[in-house]
Design a protein around this ligand. Structure first.
Ligand code: CO
Length: 205
């Protein structure tokens, strides 16, 4: 575990060693990917994908949730799509996610986080039949995957993504999952690349 002094020292060493990468960044950024991931300390997107600074625009929160009522998430998405013109929006969940587990257990008073977890409970309820056949870690793992799927669907249904598609701007919304045990990312096959992938009732036009 690192003290803050150690973090500053490591930063100083990193800055000294990487001026060739760092100096051009002062001129601006043009990342191709918006990454929406969990705040969990074990799933660092830039480290896991060996990305340099400037490659990923990142939103992280408890259980990699995109809520269209959350102003912070909307601001990140709008800036990424409308201004940075990212080509990909990757939702990356992870197995053994504590946020998903808390929603799955469905007990206790989580206080302020309750509405946040409630959005994952909705996912659970929507797939109750499938999840009822699973137990223990298998059930949690599947809910972690289905939670990613729900975020892909919400992002695809958002007005920000749909407006981009409607004006001809290519955006792919993609669902991945990170294994804490192996460090590997897996493409879950949840993908939205046009309004065709959005149920008609959620389409803007
Ligand atoms: Co998590």
């Amino acid at each position: 575990m690192s003290t803050t002094d150690e973090l500053l020292k490591r930063n100083s060493d990193w800055a000294d060693e990487n001026q060739d990468i760092i100096a051009p960044l002062a001129k601006g950024q043009s990342p191709e990917t918006l990454w929406i991931g969990c705040a969990d300390s074990r799933v660092p997107p830039a480290v896991a994908t060996q990305s340099d600074p400037g490659e990923l625009f990142v939103l992280r929160n408890v259980a990699n949730v995109f809520l269209p009522t959350d102003a912070g998430s909307l601001a990140v998405l709008q800036y990424a799509i409308d201004h940075l013109k990212v080509k990909n929006v990757v939702v990356c969940g992870h197995y053994s996610c504590g946020g998903v587990q808390a929603a799955l257990e469905g007990k206790g008073d989580f206080g302020l986080i309750h509405p946040w977890l409630a959005s994952i409970k909705d996912v659970h309820q929507r797939h109750e039949g499938e999840l009822a056949d699973l137990q223990g870690v298998d059930k949690l793992s599947r809910l972690c995957e289905l939670n990613v799927k729900a975020q892909v669907e919400r992002l695809a249904g958002s007005s920000i993504v749909q407006r981009a598609w409607n004006r001809g701007q290519p955006v792919s919304v993609i669902g991945w999952i990170h294994s804490l045990a192996t460090g590997r990312l897996t493409d879950l096959g949840f993908r939205a690349t046009s309004s065709e992938d959005v149920p008609p009732i959620f389409r803007l036009e």
